[in-house]
Design a protein around this ligand. Structure first.
Ligand SMILES: *Cc1c(COP(=O)(O)O)cnc(C)c1O
Length: 387
């Protein structure tokens, strides 16, 4: 066996070692973490639904009705009326003929790409796409061409040299940068070449668009422009799981061929019941999105006043680029000393030299908490000698 301890020590020395902090409270702005109370800006529970009483009660009721485990894969005997009803509700919500549940977004991406692209074909991805899209590409055996972030000229150039293009896949909202993919232009480019575009809307669903319908709705794009939509249910929806929405033939192809759908246990049905409750809140409570937007605007104004340069993001993901992993860790640590939790995001999650704080907001935050973060950031950047 390789010398694992030496490998771990190398990681530590390079400031790339990671560890879990232990929270003593449910998801939310104020938590006790590793025994210390802190104010947190690091979850994807953008709408504050992860602990919503109605969602909690739905999960309880779901467990009473359906028990806990689904007991088998969907195609074997694990698919219940609760899963079926949720798939129909998601399809209706997004204006698509069908939706198919997956256990996680990671698995949905592996499944879709593996079913739609293979050896001898080429698939195109933004260089900053989520790891699960990249891993899906690797597993599929197709040739992966990664174009420069949001750069469609680069994509068009690479396209000219590609063999048998099969798929273009992109994050809608980039998970570590918070910026949006140029979806209308991307859809036009892929459409003109008759190659399907797959959009991963893990961070747009629930947050953007009318009634939280996501980034495609934000841009006014429909199934004709973007035939393959992946969404996750563990972020703004506050629960767990994921789905792919699209045409009848697309979904049937996934049922037959997506290995991460076929060869895994179905989600617990009670989760499907909880997700239905969450969907009702997502689509009806616009105030959560409005509040989130207001908090983000307040933060960006405050940061500008303090001379803190943020990435160009209109979403609740607000990156503060710091360069080296060491610098990002130092600022994160200086925040922690002030009772604020924002983890340092380091390579390989982000490219070398772009380590950052990934600050995220939730509708559950208050304006005073945003102000506290700004004050603490000013101190932390001074202490770490980066401002
Ligand atoms: C979180 C995330 C996923 C994975 O979703 P899970 O349900 O957490 O597995 C996929 N894509 C993007 C862009 C993500 O941010």
């Amino acid at each position: 066996m390789k010398d694992l301890a030496a490998e771990l020590a190398r990681r530590k020395a390079a400031d790339l070692y990671r560890r879990c902090r232990v929270a003593q409270d449910p998801q939310g702005p104020e938590r006790v973490v590793d025994g210390e109370p802190c104010l947190t800006f690091c979850s994807n529970d953008y709408l504050g639904l992860a602990g919503h009483p109605r969602v909690v009660r739905a999960l309880q009721a779901g467990a009473e009705r359906w028990g806990v485990g689904s007991g088998a894969a969907h195609l074997v005997s694990g698919h219940t009326a609760a899963h079926q009803a949720l798939e129909e509700a998601l399809a209706e919500f997004l204006g698509r003929p069908r939706a198919l549940l997956f256990s996680t977004g990671y698995m949905a991406n592996l499944g879709v790409i593996g079913a739609l692209a293979g050896r001898g074909e080429t698939l195109f991805q933004d260089r900053l796409d989520h790891a699960s899209l990249l891993d899906g590409a690797r597993l599929s055996g197709a040739r992966l061409v990664r174009y420069r972030h949001r750069d469609l000229d680069d994509l068009a150039r690479r396209w000219a040299a590609a063999r048998r293009p099969a798929l273009v896949a992109t994050d809608a909202v980039f998970s570590m940068d918070g910026d949006l993919a140029p979806l209308p232009d991307l859809a036009a480019l892929a459409g003109a070449r008759a190659v399907p575009l797959m959009v991963d809307d893990a961070h747009g669903l629930g947050v953007l668009g009318r009634g939280g319908r996501g980034t495609l709705d934000h841009f006014g794009l429909g199934p004709d422009q973007v035939p393959i939509l992946m969404g996750t249910l563990g972020k703004a929806f506050g629960v767990f799981g994921a789905f792919v929405a699209g045409s009848e033939p697309l979904i049937e192809t996934l049922v037959q061929q997506a290995r991460s759908y076929v060869y895994t246990t179905a989600l617990p049905p009670a989760l499907a019941v909880a997700i239905q409750a969450s969907l009702e809140l997502v689509r009806s409570e616009d105030w959560r999105r409005e509040r989130l937007q207001a908090l983000v605007a307040r933060f960006r104004r405050g940061a500008a006043d303090l001379g803190i340069a943020l990435g160009d993001s209109p979403t609740p993901i607000q990156p503060l680029l710091l360069g080296s992993a060491r610098r990002a860790l130092a600022v994160s640590e200086a925040l922690r000393r002030q009772g604020i939790w924002v983890p340092a995001i380091r390579p390989p999650t982000v490219p070398e030299g772009t380590a950052r704080l990934r600050i995220t907001f939730s509708a559950a935050h208050g304006e005073d908490q945003v102000d506290r973060l700004l004050e603490a950031l000013a101190v932390a950047l001074r202490e770490a000698g980066t401002s």
